[in-house]
Design a protein around this ligand. Sequence first.
Ligand code: 6GU
Length: 242
Amino acid sequence: MRIDVVSIFPDYLAPLDLSLVGKARASGILDLRVHDLRDWTTDRHRTVDDTPFGGGAGMVMRPDVWGTALDDVLGEGAHLMVPTPSGTPLTQRRAEELAGEQQIVIACGRYEGIDSRVAEHYSQRPGVRVSEFSIGDYVLNGGEVAALVLVEAVARLLPGVVGNPHSLVEESHGAAGLLEYPVYTKPPQWQGHEVPEVLLSGHHARIERWRRDQALQRTAARRPDLVAALDPAGLDRHDLAL
Ligand code: 6GU
């Protein structure tokens, strides 16, 4: 898969050299390129923004600079992803869909955002899809951190990136629609806290039941919205007794 990130702060994307994503790049599974938007400016001051039509606080990124940049970077069949707090929420299901793309281009805005005609223009280009996405209900200073989140969420789903594909199965926001159960390792006693006895029992059916109960209780307490969205057909009598 190819991912291009365009930003006025390319150094913000430096962590993508590290850890799993860095290895995916080094191994060739992920072709990730970071671009400086100012490389496409033509004036002496390398201007990327201007005052908003209609007035108001802050600055808006100019469509002409973004247009020349995106014309160069967007390939045939690319998916243009624009981070913005007013976008549709990024979810695990969405990350799974995006892991099947040929090319994702992430256009990181700063200030009050990018002139809206940019998304409008590229959504009308045959073969290009445009999505404005948000990583949560809070405001960041720009799209770069959201781009890091998107790249990591997608890259770890590419075949060969996560060493044991089984670790993708039982995690939070997985197919079960539940948060993950709590996990423990050695030592069995630490600071007066014990590992739940059932996990030391070697009784696999009891362990599975305990983990399912913990996941359900945790999800009900922390994310009642996820419990409401569960398919009732996937619940057994023991689940319903909780
Ligand atoms: Cl995707 N961008 C910005 N700038 N702020 C955000 C966000 C994205 N998601 C939540 N807050």
